[in-house]
Design a protein around this ligand. Structure first.
Ligand code: FAD
Length: 464
């Protein structure tokens, strides 16, 4: 796919890949073998009928193609941009055994973008059932659950703690990978289906799940994600100039620091930035720092590149942009002057036996310490679930890592309370969160259909 030149793009926040032209999409779609057993669909957590939509593109029926995708996926422009297709739908593609697999994600993005330029059609919603369902959190899990519940005819209110809906899609993933207008447009689709979204409502503080259930909501879905940052726990980590990736990316994305001074959120990063970690979050933080004007951006990762959890495409883009990769390196302390970070002391690592993650465990090499001067450090070593909702919802079982215990359908230990996405699995992917939201919507529907004595259903709403 055509992309912005690395030399130009490190000075702007515009999207890096430019998308297919109609001719390119037709050409790519024509490569699909239309396998009868459709291995690609088995690799898709939301079961998009991939051969059908690709056939429709091949036949020039772009409207039909997007309608096919939207039967099971309400966020196609997002998924077409950030899904790890290489390990999901594209991984079992028959063509991929000898050639490049069909670029399913790029084709999905193409038809989703085509629809935004040519008029968006809104999925039909079912006849009103008279039930109201509360969805807590507006990330991909919550948005998918809300859309599917609405299609089944239930009235849905999404409660979001932040001032804008979208979860990580809005506050985490940067503009140059996922433009906010795309997330906004897909959320607008939900609004047009009649999903109500209330922002600035912190469930567990503003109101509790018990209060929602007492207030007439017949069931609740918890999709509050895993937005609680982890730290290294080393000396000096609280010096000025050291951010968690969450804080750094939220300031830049959601609080529009990249548009300073037009928006009054400054992020001072200086010349040398170290980002600790090797996942998508680390790549996003590093590439963001570069675009904010850093002269040298280093990734510090304690294993080798082969073990990096980031998507290969993101690593490739980061390298093209000049990000330095320092692998087998781990920070042991930060050093400061006048309260501000000036150096990071690191130790070299080597790989030992595999650990519980299946990856070889990094082991420090004694006496190999060295110091790198830095003006800013960003810690991107993972996130945990926020404990607020579990703590304020009696009877909700929580695992040791703080995740809510739920089965495949999202059923929790509390009757009427369902959960899915990162709050159940720990930090994972957009599409796995969407799959969980979808399964939970159908489980909630079955639960409501069974009928429960003693619960007054909320007021019915008109179909959109
Ligand atoms: C920087 C970054 C880059 C990523 N890149 C990719 C990628 O390229 N591809 C990919 O597939 N995945 C990526 N991921 C992971 C992916 O974004 C997550 O797995 C996914 O967003 C999880 O969805 P979710 O709906 O469970 O939670 P979230 O997206 O975290 O949404 C949860 C929402 O709940 C809200 N909330 C929390 N507590 C409360 C409360 N008490 N009351 C009300 N609302 C609350 C939060 O504000 C948030 O809006 C990335 C993650 C990060 C952080």
């Amino acid at each position: 796919m055509r992309e912005q030149d690395p030399k130009a793009r490190i000075h702007n926040f515009d999207e890096v890949p430019l998308g297919y032209t109609p001719d390119e999409a037709l050409e790519e779609a024509a490569r699909c073998l239309q396998c009868k057993n459709a291995p690609c669909v088995k690799g898709c957590p939301v079961n998009v009928d991939i051969p059908k939509f690709i056939r429709e593109i091949r036949d020039g029926d772009f409207r039909g193609a997007i309608a096919t995708i939207k039967e099971t996926n309400n966020l196609p422009a997002i998924c077409g941009r950030v899904c790890p297709q290489e390990t999901q739908c594209q991984a079992p593609c028959t063509l991929g055994r000898r050639f490049e697999p069909v670029a399913i994600g790029r084709l999905e993005r193409f038809v989703a973008d085509w629809e935004y330029e040519n008029g968006v059609s809104i999925p039909r919603v079912g006849d009103p059932t008279g039930f109201r369902v509360a969805v807590i959190g507006s990330g991909p899990a919550g948005l998918t659950c809300a859309a599917d519940l609405r299609r089944l005819g239930h009235a849905v209110t999404v409660f979001e703690a932040l001032h804008e809906p979208g979860g990580v899609l809005m506050y985490g993933i940067p503009e140059f990978r996922l433009p906010k207008r795309i997330v906004g447009a897909e959320i607008e689709g939900l609004n047009r289906m009649g999903v109500e979204i209330q922002v600035n409502v912190v469930v567990g503080r503003t109101l509790t799940i018990d209060e929602l259930l007492a207030d007439g909501y017949a069931a609740a879905f918890v999709g509050t994600g895993a937005g609680f940052p982890k730290f290294l726990g080393v000396a000096g980590e609280n010096l000025i100039g050291i951010y968690s990736a969450n804080e750094f990316l939220t300031r830049v994305n959601l609080m529009r620091a990249y548009l300073f001074p037009e928006y009054d959120t400054p992020v001072k990063i200086g010349k040398r930035v170290a980002v600790v970690g090797g996942g998508n979050v680390a790549m996003d933080a590093a590439r963001t720092a570069l675009r904010l004007g850093a002269e040298q951006v280093m990734i510090l990762y304690r294993r080798t590149e082969a073990e990096m959890p980031a998507r290969a495409e993101e690593v490739h883009h980061a390298k093209e942009e000049g990000i330095e990769f320092h692998t087998l390196v781990n920070p042991v302390r930060f050093l400061g002057e006048n309260g501000r970070v000036v150096d990071v002391e690191c130790i070299r690592m080597e790989l030992g036996e595999p650990d519980e993650s299946g990856r070889r465990r990094p082991v420090p090499v004694a006496g190999s310490n060295f110091v790198l001067p830095v003006d800013t450090a960003v810690i991107a070593i993972g996130n945990e679930p926020h404990p607020l909702v579990p703590r304020t919802t009696p009877g909700l079982d929580v695992a040791r890592e703080g995740t809510i215990v739920a089965d495949e359908d999202g059923c929790t230990s509390r009757e009427g309370v369902f959960a899915g996405g990162d709050i159940v699995t720990g930090a994972a992917t957009v599409i796995s969160a969407m799959g969980a939201g979808k399964r939970a919507a159908y489980a909630i529907h079955r639960y409501l259909a069974k009928g429960r004595a003693g619960r007054k259903p909320g007021p019915p709403i008109a179909a959109a």
